[in-house]
Write a protein that binds this ligand. Structure first.
Ligand SMILES: [Zn+2]
Length: 380
């Protein structure tokens, strides 16, 4: 994939090098926890077991073992359109929608693609003599030299950006009581800023919203971190003096245990999957599309079709992924900018004006808040 040719996440594809490892370790971790408020705890504590189960279901489905062929031919949706998706939601009284998002939902907020040479972000880092650009998100390098990361973090810092139409569309799904969970690869916290409550969000690649000391694990909030970063200081723990790092997933780090806990619980219950602004290449995030039931519709809002299986593998009946050519009309692709897709979907619902109103109202509030802060700063 070319830099800049499509939306990218701030955490790049190499995050996907960790999942196998991450999954086994995380399932152990999640097993030792219990009683979280979001109901995402994994009682059995075995992601592997569930992976094997899903593989079993998948093969059974593909090989028609114990299945009804006539039922397989039944169309999931009457046609591949947004209108058909909305009709499905209304007729089936769907209340458990999962949304999955990538950098495409944040591009219109002006969040730069840190991997694109065009943004010039790396120019500022040249003086730090990085062994390679991605070293900035490698834990080993960070331990030796955290400075370049914090220089970049200052430029990318959340709080300087406004949520997009796509974010507010997700918020609307929540307001209407039909959002089961939002899974995001983004670390910009814009879902939270848009008003989706934290328990409804799974930040698969971590977040800037919280930070922890790498030595004693003491937690810090966004404002504390922001103050340090904007003062060009290396954030140091007030208790032990260790370096404090935002909770974004670096290469070589496990994905948050909450990701695995929520996946176990949510995807079996999911009634509709909406995939937004992601090219579905980062694992294990990308393979989540295969964890919903085989009759559950999946809608992709993206600049290009994504997540499709290798045709050879599909011919052998051995691969998952999206299949936009299937007669079942299970998978629907709406191609274009994610915000436009959300507006089109909102129109199909009859929510177009409501969405527009929500975006205008929320942006006005953010602007007022910013000008207040600006005025305070001005006085100092
Ligand atoms: Zn500490």
């Amino acid at each position: 994939m070319e830099a800049g040719s499509e939306p990218k996440n701030l955490v790049s594809e190499e995050v996907g090098t960790a999942p196998d490892n991450a999954e086994s370790k995380e399932s152990e971790k999640s097993a030792s926890k219990s009683g979280s408020e979001d109901g995402c705890d994994d009682e059995a504590g075995s992601s592997h077991k569930n992976l094997v189960d899903s593989l079993g279901h998948f093969l059974k489905d593909k090989l028609h073992i114990g299945g009804d062929k006539a039922e397989k031919k039944k169309k999931v949706l009457p046609e591949k359109s947004l209108e058909a998706v909305v009709k499905y939601i209304e007729e089936k009284k769907v209340t458990k929608i999962i949304t999955m998002a990538g950098a495409g939902i944040s591009t219109s907020a002006g969040i730069p693609d840190f991997r694109s040479p065009k943004t010039g972000l790396y120019n500022n880092l040249a003086k730090y003599d990085l062994p390679h650009p991605h070293a900035i998100f490698e834990l080993d390098f960070f331990h030796k030299n955290p400075k370049p990361f914090f220089v970049l973090a200052k430029e990318l810092f959340p709080g300087s950006f406004k949520p997009t139409v796509s974010h507010y569309f997700i918020r609307m799904l929540y307001d209407k009581g039909i959002l089961l969970r939002h899974y995001t690869q983004n670390i910009d916290t814009l879902e939270r800023v848009s008003g989706v409550p934290g328990e409804k969000i799974v930040e698969a690649h971590g977040t800037f919203f919280t930070s922890h000391c790498l030595e004693c694990e003491l937690g810090y909030d966004l404002d504390w971190m922001k103050e340090k970063i904007f003062a060009d200081e290396i954030p140091k723990c007030i208790s032990c003096g260790g370096v404090v790092k935002p909770d974004i997933v670096f290469f070589g780090e496990n994905l948050p245990s909450r990701f695995f806990r929520c996946v176990e619980k949510d995807f079996d219950e999911c009634e509709l999957l909406i995939i937004m602004g992601t090219s579905l290449v980062v694992q294990p995030f990308a393979s989540l599309v295969d964890r919903v039931g085989s009759k559950i519709p999946r809608l992709l809002l993206n600049r290009e079709k994504a997540g499709t299986a290798n045709p050879v593998m599909r011919a052998l009946g051995l691969s998952g992924g999206m299949d936009f050519s299937s007669d079942s009309n299970r998978d629907v692709a709406w191609l274009g900018d994610c915000d436009d897709g959300c507006e089109a979907l909102a129109s199909a619902f009859g929510w177009a004006d409501e969405l527009k109103g929500l975006v205008a109202k929320e942006h006005e509030l953010i602007e007022k808040e910013e000008s207040k802060k600006g005025a305070v700063k001005g006085k100092i």
